[in-house]
Write a protein that binds this ligand. Structure first.
Ligand SMILES: *Cc1c(COP(=O)(O)O)cnc(C)c1O
Length: 422
């Protein structure tokens, strides 16, 4: 469900015309829908057992206005860096609802988390455990910890976002779990709280989740047998979203929640979740203008003003994004095929190959859909292309929640050393 629909011949974000917005803010720009963000959060929170912590994975979309929208609904935050921690706190997420994940937390980041009084650290290796113990002891604190255990389950998703198989950089291998908990139990700066599992992203079947969660349930019993107190279980994120409208959609949050409820019923743990993509992906679009239509012998290239530096998912993960014209095409109008590309000097700057779209000409607007997660957050300024603005819509209202960078902003990022000055 999303709130990007045609009305009176124009694609709108809730009550706001995207063509009018393009005139006001210029192109390209990201546009997010408050109603869609809210709905996705509420549907997920209602689907999982009552009393669970839903910690939105900030890395999916870390715009402060997006975070604030979710914080107002009671969302927690799953952060993977000191920067994300600072943004979550600045957006009003209570520290007690923040979970700190990530394989390479530095001691400074650990200190910041302990200082803030976050809910828990999800620790991904033995060396990280030792570092956290040291930092916590030096501060006279005990860090609440869940160890991220790798259940050795293939999430059946793209290799670049598959994280739960035996040998990845993420988590502690299942076979090392008991030893890692025994180690943690010896550390005065560590308070064992629970177990954490996250097997990957854009997962479109329930079976890998169920296999992983069942395996983790068995581990919880073993760990309790070893004398550890396990009261929390963090089930991570990873539930996929529909990117292609004519594909079978992934399981909905209700089916996921029902499975989780059934599988974890007897675990005796308070649950937490870290959904990112599910909340944000279909709550955002990237609006772009056609610069040129270049006709070759075999292919026609639609050259957009947005490029891979603005939205890298197609180049990085071969991701599919639905692309639509902002002006609603007449029913039955022709749909020629285009290679939709950006202006960046890379062959991989390709949003879609051989894609049937309405007839488009220079100056027309298109919207690249499902761009609310892993879109703006992954953007860069390669080819000295200033970062594009982000706009948040709520009903008839809209606001620029991140302004467009200027050339002056770009230039101001660099410094000239003394010997080149003058
Ligand atoms: C990326 C990530 C998430 C969010 O994944 P989604 O697929 O966006 O739901 C949650 N937890 C951890 C540890 C992650 O790395």
């Amino acid at each position: 469900m999303n709130c990007f629909q045609y009305k009176d011949g124009v694609l709108r974000a809730e009550g706001v015309r995207l063509d009018a917005l393009a005139e006001k803010v210029g192109t390209p720009f990201y546009c997010y829908s408050t109603a869609t963000l809210e709905r996705h959060y509420k549907v997920f929170a209602a689907a999982v057992p009552a009393g669970s912590l839903v910690a939105y994975a900030v890395k999916a979309n870390d715009n402060l206005a997006v975070l604030k929208t979710l914080a107002k609904l009671g969302a927690g935050a799953d952060v993977v860096s000191g920067g994300e921690l600072a943004k979550a706190l600045a957006a009003g997420v209570p520290a007690g609802r923040i979970v700190f994940s990530g394989v390479g937390k530095t001691k400074d980041e650990m200190r910041a988390g302990l200082e803030a009084g976050i809910h828990q650290f999800n620790v991904e290796s033995e060396p990280e455990l030792a570092a956290l113990d040291e930092v916590a002891r030096a501060m006279g604190k005990r860090a609440a910890v869940s160890l991220r255990i790798n259940p050795d389950v293939d999430a059946k998703t793209h290799a670049k976002i598959n994280t739960g198989t035996a040998e990845t950089k993420f988590g502690i291998p299942f076979g090392h779990a008991r030893a890692a908990y025994a180690l943690a139990a010896q550390m005065p700066g560590i308070a064992i709280a629970g177990v954490d599992v996250h097997i990957g992203s854009q997962i479109t079947e329930l079976a890998p989740f169920e296999t992983a969660f069942t395996r983790i349930g068995e581990l919880i019993a073993t760990l309790r047998g070893d004398g550890h107190t396990i009261t929390r279980l963090d089930l991570g994120g990873g539930l996929g979203v529909p990117y292609e409208h004519n594909n079978t959609p992934p399981p909905d949050p209700a089916a996921y929640g029902a499975m989780v409820t059934r599988v974890t019923r007897d675990f005796g743990c308070t649950l937490s979740f870290e959904p990112g993509r599910l909340i944000a992906a279909n709550a955002g679009v990237l609006v772009s203008r056609v610069i040129y239509v270049k006709r070759g012998d075999a292919r026609t290239f639609l050259i957009l003003d947005a490029g891979m530096n603005d939205l890298v998912r197609p180049a990085m993960y071969d991701a599919f994004h639905e692309i639509v014209a902002v002006a609603e095409p007449a029913p039955g109008s022709p749909r020629p095929k285009y290679d939709v590309v950006g202006p960046v000097c890379e062959t991989s700057d390709l949003f879609a190959a051989d894609r049937a779209l309405p007839e488009l000409k220079s100056g027309d607007l298109v919207a690249i859909l499902s761009a609310g997660a892993y879109g703006a957050v992954m953007a860069g300024d390669y080819n000295a292309r200033p970062r594009v603005p982000e706009v948040l819509v709520a009903g008839e209202q809209w606001g620029i929640v991140r302004p467009r960078e200027s050339y002056a902003d770009l230039i101001a990022k660099d410094r000239i050393p003394d010997w080149l000055a003058g």
